[in-house]
Design a protein around this ligand. Structure first.
Ligand SMILES: [Zn+2]
Length: 72
């Protein structure tokens, strides 16, 4: 019996196989990028807006996005 066979898992975001081990800190994702994308999708679902979006909402979102962009 060999104990060297790596346990592979398909990334939930892109389905790319990656090693499911402590060496892969992004598991079950293949990369930090996929992990962040997946977390972002979950987070956005938690911020569902019950009311229709108004022009003021759009302006506010645009300002937030601009601030995020500047801070990077
Ligand atoms: Zn991936």
């Amino acid at each position: 019996m060999s104990n060297s066979k790596k346990r592979m898992v398909a990334c939930p975001n892109c389905n790319k196989l990656s090693e499911f081990s402590p060496a892969n800190s992004f598991r079950p994702f293949c990369s930090e990028r996929c992990k962040l994308i997946d977390l972002g999708l979950w987070a956005s679902e938690g911020y569902a807006i019950p009311a229709p979006i108004t022009p003021e909402d759009v302006d506010e979102l645009a300002n937030q996005l601009t601030d995020d962009f500047k801070s990077q």
